[in-house]
Design a protein around this ligand. Structure first.
Ligand SMILES: [Zn+2]
Length: 262
């Protein structure tokens, strides 16, 4: 009986240690399984069923060149007004979803909140949206960050998406083909001509990488397509390096709902 106090103390210690271990385990399991958008518990990684339903997946009919969704089907091969007004350097663009609230939350979490674990799900949706482009593609090239931004954010979100798409489609990723050769301002808040000027000549295929691009059909990967200025500047750099064709695949694209289709 003299041993009782010691034994009960050690039992209490053991219990405490078990509880704290269990709590840690529960925390480890619970943290990655909260919905990124609404913070409700979710099975798997990413968004809950409710938030998933709020994502606007882009489906036909859409502009065969820019992938902009049409309100009604204008028939095959009819282009959107945007595609007719200013023809981009890239051939075609596709996006998984419209850039709205839930899409924005996902993009920001991937970009700024150190959540590369979201890339596989987002990449899977992109691989589906870009099936037509990926079937013909030789290589995937992510839009690069300037090295200073890459340093502060630790990883390139477009690179993470490209790797996920590569796993689904079997198309190889060329990571360092494209370089940002001068820092650019954030495109947010700039007008369309300012955006174009900001990124003009900012990208380049390094000569030692050009053999990976010349003669290849490239799918350029980015998280969001807004004005298309960045993707257009990247496409021009790839074409200068003799890419056979450049298509663009993004997670989300801004869709101007006020403009009528064609
Ligand atoms: Zn949710």
């Amino acid at each position: 009986m003299e041993a009782q106090p010691t034994s009960s103390r050690s039992f209490a210690d053991t219990l405490r240690s078990v509880i704290s271990h269990a709590a840690r385990l529960a925390l480890d399991v619970a943290l990655p399984t909260l919905c990124v958008a609404c913070r409700e518990p979710v099975a798997g990684v990413g968004v809950c069923a409710e938030c998933w339903a709020k994502l606007s997946f882009i489906a036909p009919p859409f502009c065969p060149r820019l992938g902009i969704p049409f309100v009604y089907d204008p028939g095959p091969d009819l282009l959107s007004m945007e595609a007719i007004a200013s023809r981009p350097a890239y051939q075609r663009a596709r996006a998984a979803v419209r850039y709205d609230d839930v899409a924005r939350t996902l993009v920001h979490a991937l970009k700024y909140q150190d959540r590369p674990d979201l890339a596989p799900a987002m990449g899977r949706w992109m691989a589906r949206a870009g099936e037509e482009l990926l079937r013909e593609a030789d290589v995937l090239v992510p839009v690069p960050l300037h090295w200073r931004r890459g340093w502060s954010r630790r990883y390139n979100q477009s690179g993470a998406l490209a790797r996920a798409i590569g796993r689904h489609s079997g198309v190889p990723v060329v990571r360092d083909a494209l370089r940002r050769i001068r820092p650019t301002r954030q495109q947010i808040g700039l007008s369309r001509p300012q955006r174009t000027a900001n990124v003009q000549g900012a990208f380049r295929v390094l000569p030692e990488q050009s053999h990976q691009i010349a003669g290849r059909r490239v799918v350029l990967v980015d998280d969001v397509l807004t004005s298309g200025a960045t993707t257009d500047a990247c496409a021009r750099a790839l074409l200068r390096a003799k890419a056979a064709q450049v298509d663009v695949l993004v997670f989300a694209r801004v869709v101007d709902t006020h403009k009528a289709p064609i």
